[in-house]
Design a protein around this ligand. Structure first.
Ligand code: ZN
Length: 199
């Protein structure tokens, strides 16, 4: 996938609650990798959250969440194998037209976040039907940008994407998770097999 950096200024809103840190109840303040402060107006970064839904309890848990600045994101992407990157790119190209999706959502949903993350970008599966899903957005300071993000990826698409990754890339994601998001045994268990980060 191309860099999320844009050459135009897209529509933006104040960071919405679904992309607040659940740990603090406030917007993310620091890059998970370099600790850079994120809420300055021209600091460019992304937020990823992985959620689990327990149908029997009808409750939702965020099993991990972080923000990462674009510089660290670009650096870490170099650690993925070429094979994995190519596989993921062709999977996305086969399943979603990112530019068309954005145009359509701007027209039909405007800047309503629920319309953008309410169903899977790839499978169109509704968020309520997912036992696990991830949400991703792109931000600049305290604003969330409407680029080809924000989007949601459902459990089924996550499974398919995992199968496209090389052992090297899976190992990298495991390592990233253990260094920055773990190691809680409970979370480690919930996240097996390794979940995609940073696509
Ligand atoms: Zn950083």
């Amino acid at each position: 996938m191309n860099s999320p950096q844009s050459t135009f200024i897209p529509e933006h809103i104040a960071i919405p609650k679904p992309f607040y840190s659940d740990a603090t109840g406030k917007p993310f303040e620091r890059c998970i990798h370099c600790s850079r402060y994120l809420l300055d107006h021209n600091t460019h970064y992304m937020i990823e959250k992985v959620h689990k839904y327990y149908p029997e309890l009808k409750t939702n848990d965020t099993i991990f969440e972080y923000a990462i600045c674009i510089d660290c994101y670009m650096e870490l992407r170099k650690s993925l194998s070429d094979e994995s990157v190519q596989n993921l790119e062709s999977y996305l190209n086969d399943h979603v037209n990112l530019i068309g999706r954005r145009q359509q959502l701007i027209q039909t949903e405007g800047l309503d976040i629920d319309g953008w993350i309410g169903s899977c970008m790839i499978k169109n599966k509704a968020i309520q039907a997912c036992t696990e899903y991830q949400t991703i957005c792109e931000c600049m300071g305290n604003r969330m940008l409407f680029t080809f993000m924000p989007y949601m990826i459902c459990d089924e698409a996550m499974e398919e994407m995992m199968e496209l990754l090389s052992d090297k890339t899976l190992g990298f994601f495991d390592d990233f998770r253990n260094r920055f998001l773990g190691p809680s045994p409970e979370i480690g268990e919930l996240l097996k097999p390794s979940r995609i980060l940073l696509i």
